[in-house]
Design a protein around this ligand. Structure first.
Ligand code: NOJ
Length: 491
């Protein structure tokens, strides 16, 4: 989704923000009640492997990320892992308390598959895993915070990784349906919002095209791995994920929805993936380009997809990029996007699309959220949309004062929310927004080198310290005074 410039308002906001002593939402003309409809969900998001820690506690099984980070620590920027992370497993009550203090009405988290089914469907359900999520869900509900639950956010039991090479083996579909059924049964009386997968479009690329995520499969020129086929396997994995998703949705719709009253969707990053779910097949142009490397849906599978549409779409929206057509113009086509005959970049004629962040590929392009939402809203016919992630990263080695007084993050959130409210005003069916993330956490192959949290985490003491952005968000959500929590200007 290419968007070329930052509007005057948000440029102005950035400049002004660095010189103001106190930031107030009113100063930016943004209000929860004025700019968003009643019942809109405002929350913060996390995922199990990134925050829970407790990696062997209470009979949890090893998962693919436990094994990957332990055996290939050199592939993680700082050699880190999720063994302890935010120790959320033991500190969840404190984390529910900080959510409550923020004033959010929803919390997006994921369930660790290996905590529930350490050995997949051929082993037993782990009662301690069920008990943990019961405690978390109940604690949230007691504070009036609605759980928004992701079933699979990158981590799968290692036994399944080994047995099926992750998502490559068709047998994993049945595993996922079984696992999701256990979750609907155990938690569905209290969970009204389910998502099957998080960003499968990016994840399959990292796993099977670039080979940087477990099970580290790829082929040249995409990467150097000990096995794999970058031109074929990402599509096989995605195919299995799409069918796992549709089968889990069918099960939820058929056996649970009427009595539990919830909804089920999927979370994607803004690149291809939704067409097969909504229209029952891959786009024609994709079939032509990927040709025999793209699996085919059988007539029954097409029907499964078409008759089990999801109830809502989750979008993770952080940045925007330029896209260049490579059918009629020259491009280097040995890249991921090359498969799609499109070249994408954040820089054009030496100029970045927006201000850079700690993530080299993420630029600040607030109006991109409006374009993305309007596009999805039009294409998928008013299906309810949730922004399931949006956030700003800082380098961990930034000085402490700037880490805490994160005026750039405050500006980022304000500007993105402003453009989101503009999409709502234009009629987009947006139902919620989740900031990534509640707390600093394990950022996959970047380990702990970047920080996305509204709360700063001291990983030596596990102390959570509210950043300026947490205070701003609370103020925006609750209208409570900032007087004790003044946001200091950047020096
Ligand atoms: C998307 C992923 O869902 C999440 O796990 C990750 O930490 C954030 N983006 C930031 O990169």
């Amino acid at each position: 989704m290419g968007v070329s410039r930052v509007t005057a308002t948000c440029i102005l906001t950035v400049v002004v923000a660095t010189s103001l002593a106190v930031l107030t939402p009113g100063a930016r003309g943004l209000g929860r009640d004025d700019d968003f409809p009643p019942g809109f969900l405002f929350g913060a998001a996390t995922s199990a492997y990134q925050i829970e820690g407790a990696y062997l506690d209470d009979n949890k099984g090893l998962n693919n990320w436990d094994v990957f980070t332990h055996t290939q620590a050199g592939r993680i920027s700082d050699g880190g892992n999720g063994d302890v992370a935010d120790d959320h497993y033991h500190r969840y009550t404190e984390d529910v308390e900080i959510l409550h203090n923020l004033g959010v009405n929803s919390y997006r988290f994921s369930i660790s598959w290996a905590r529930i089914l350490p050995r997949g469907r051929l082993g037993d359900v782990n009662p301690a895993g069920i008990a943990f999520y019961n405690r978390l869900i109940d604690a949230l509900l007691q504070k009036g915070i609605e759980p928004f639950v992701t079933l699979n956010h990158f981590d799968i039991p290692q036994e399944l990784e080994t047995r099926y090479r992750g998502w490559l083996g068709a047998g994993i579909r049945e595993e996922f349906v079984y696992y999701s059924d256990v979750c609907f049964k155990a938690f569905g009386d209290r969970v009204r919002s389910w998502t099957t997968f998080n960003e499968p479009n990016l994840y399959t690329r990292f796993q099977y095209m670039l080979g940087v995520y477990p099970p580290n499969r790829c082929s040249p020129p995409f990467g150097s791995c000990s096995g794999g086929d970058s031109r074929r396997e990402p599509y096989v994995a995605a195919h299995n994920i799409l069918l796992s998703h549709a089968a889990a949705v069918r099960n939820y719709h058929t056996n649970y929805q009427a009595k539990q009253g919830g909804k089920i969707g999927m979370v994607i990053a803004m690149k291809w993936f939704l067409d097969p779910i909504f229209f029952g097949d891959y786009p024609r142009v994709m079939k032509e380009m990927i040709s025999s490397n793209l699996p085919k849906f059988t007539p029954e599978e097409k029907k499964l997809l078409q008759t089990n549409k999801m109830d809502f779409i989750g979008i993770n929206q952080y940045t925007s990029i330029y896209a260049k057509d490579c059918i009629y113009s020259p491009c280097a086509l040995n890249t991921y996007e090359g498969n799609a005959l499109v070249y994408t970049t954040g820089v054009r004629n030496g100029k970045k699309i927006g201000r850079p962040t700690a993530f080299s590929s993420y630029f600040v392009v607030p109006q991109g959220i409006e374009s993305a939402v309007m596009y999805v809203n039009d294409r998928y016919k008013d299906t309810p949309i949730f922004i399931t992630e949006n956030g700003y990263s800082q380098h961990s080695n930034t000085n402490m004062e700037d880490l805490i007084n994160d005026v750039e993050r405050v500006n980022y959130m304000q500007c993105y929310l402003k453009y989101l409210s503009s999409a709502v005003r234009k009629g987009a069916n947006v139902r919620g927004y989740f900031a990534w993330s509640l707390v600093d956490n394990f950022e996959w192959i970047f380990g702990y080198t970047v920080r996305f949290g509204l709360y700063h985490v001291d990983f030596d003491t596990q102390e959570r310290i509210p950043r300026a952005s947490a205070k701003w968000y609370r103020d925006f959500l609750t209208g409570s005074s900032l007087k004790d929590d003044t946001v200091q200007s950047a020096p």
